[in-house]
Each structure stands twice: as C-alpha cells, then as structure tokens.
Write a protein that binds this ligand. Sequence first.
Ligand code: IPM
Ligand code: MG
Length: 360
Amino acid sequence: MNKKITVIRGDGIGPEIVNEAIKVLDKTAEKFGHSFEYTDILMGGCSIDAYGVPLTDEAIATAKAADAVLLGAIGGNTSTSPWYKLAPELRPEAGLLKIRKELGLFANLRPAVLYDELKFACPLRDDIIGEGFDMMIMRELTGGLYFGERKTETVNGLETAVDTLSYNENEIRRIARRGFDIAMKRKKKVTSVDKANVLDSSRLWRKVVNEVSKDYPEVELEHMLVDNCAMQLVRDPKQFDVILTENMFGDILSDEAAMVTGSLGMLASASLNDTKFGLYEPSHGSAPDIAGQNKANPLATILSASMMLRFSFDMDKEADAIDNAVKQVLNEGYRTGDIMSEGMTLVGCKEMGDLVAGRI
Ligand code: IPM
Ligand code: MG
C-alpha cells in the first residue's frame, strides 16, 4: 500500500523523536512491501518563527490531503520563551487547537498501560499495582471549554474573564459511540466521567451516554464524578477499561493516568475524525530542557506510528511488529534516561530508534 503521511516535527525534542519514528516506519514499509510518502509542515513555535503564526492555512491544506498526520511535540518553556509573550491565539498551542478543530479530530484516544518491564517506575504501591493495568482514556477533543466563547472585560469596574462550557447532544453521541466501540474490542467496560452533580453540560452528557449504551448491551456502563475519578485512578487503577469524558476533564485525567503508569515517555495517542484519518502523537510534551541532546525517549512516538498503522491504515500485522519490537528492546534491557533503572543499558534517542528498527 502507498500512504501519504504529513509530518509535524514541531519544537523541542519533536524533531529527534519523529526521526526515530520515521526510521521505524521505513523499516516496516520495507519489510511488508508498503511505501510511505512524507510531507513536512510546520506547527507551533517553529511556525511562529517562520511565518508569525503557529499554523498556516497552507499547512492545514497539506495535512488534509494526507492519509494521516504524525506529530512530535510543540511548544517551549512557558516562562522563558518569547512565544509566550504573544497574544494567546498566536502561541504554539493555538496551532494544536486549530489543527484539531480544522481536521474535525473529536475523538482522542490516550492509552495508559503499565508495562511489565517498567513496573518499578510506577509510583503506586505493589498491592495497588497488582497484575498491572491497561486503560484507554477517550477524551472529547473539539468541544467544551476549549472551544466555547471566551472573553475578558471589565464589569462594574472589575476585570472579569468568562469561558463557556457547551456541548450539544450530537457532539456527545459521536464520542460516546467511539468509546463503546473501543470497549467492545477491549474488556467491555465504559466509565463515563462527568460532574453531573453541578453542571448542566454533564447532565446532558450522562443522558446521552445512557441512550447510546442501549445499543451496546454487552458493555458494562458506570458513571463517575470527575473528582472521584481523579481519586480512583490512584486508589485502584485496575478497575478501569475505557474512561469516556469531555475535553477538559480528559486533559487532566489523561495526565494523571500517564503519571500513574510512571512512564510518560512510553505513551502514544491518536486523535480521530469520523473517517479513517487521524493525527498521532506522543502523550508527552516538547521537553525543551533536553532538546537536541539525544536524550529523549522516542518510544511514545514510535508507538504512535504503530497506532497510525492500526487505526488509519488497517495494517494490524505491521503495527504488531512495531509493538513487539518495542517490547523486545525493553526485554533486552535497553532504556533511555527517563525509564532507566539499575542493571539496564542506557541508550540515547537515536540508538533506541536503531534498536527498534533492527527488530522489525
Ligand atoms: C494536551 C495538551 C494540550 C491540551 C495543550 C498543549 C493545549 O495539554 O494535548 O493534553 O490541553 O489539550
Ligand atoms: Mg494535556
């Protein structure tokens, strides 16, 4: 198969981790008789430096014309980088929000898995970890507080800021369907997270999720308030299979779930629209402090590339080959600094990419 991939290397460690993912993709293509064609676009700080905006319309058009997008990371140090002195709509993150909206990427899948090999990195007690955990956070990505009307104005002499949290039933229904579809392929449990004891948007969320659940009689559905969910994630993460939630709650809970695994450098993510198209990126950020030093962990980006093969290209065998190569390299004891422990072999970003590519 021939597939067109738009590549966003981005800022910080973005370029180096994307290089390693492409190395692994090329090896996979060679092995399985595919060809991947890459086109680079700029997004984030590097686009601000080149064009004065975090994402140009031309870049969006290029991304739209591809079969999928592979993203490294964007953004810089928010206290020192000049990008953060710009108006909010010109900062690096605005590019990310724009591409999500323009490409209609409403379904954000963030797996949080405890790798057996990396159990030591989990900050939870052994009795809580038990046999380990494997959950999928399904975050709504193009609605809610992130895209509602906002303004800052002076009201009765006081500076006042307003953000709006709004969802309509269709926006809730389509993400709920995605959540239940994914649960059908996993342990068949959905935990829908909301704040229905306070928010109208959450009460509608709960109602629509209940309706959708009728079409999935095999899936067990439970509702959980977001504050309780934040607590349950550290009390007993094993209880979760699919966590289905709105944009802002998903932003917060997905970072918590990632931290609970102890290996943020391993976690991939996919953002999908209602076709096969998707944007794939590691769950971690641009880590400007270690950029360009060959220290970054490329595995989350490599695993994101594997998700791209699985979800956008229907290449399950190929995706399995990448996932297994990653497991093999970990089993052989190779580690980047972020997941290093005693007795293991420390390698750099580039070497880690070589090792994985060598095992495809
Ligand atoms: C994420 C990030 C973004 C978000 C930021 C960078 C705008 O935290 O992808 O989780 O809040 O969605
Ligand atoms: Mg976040």
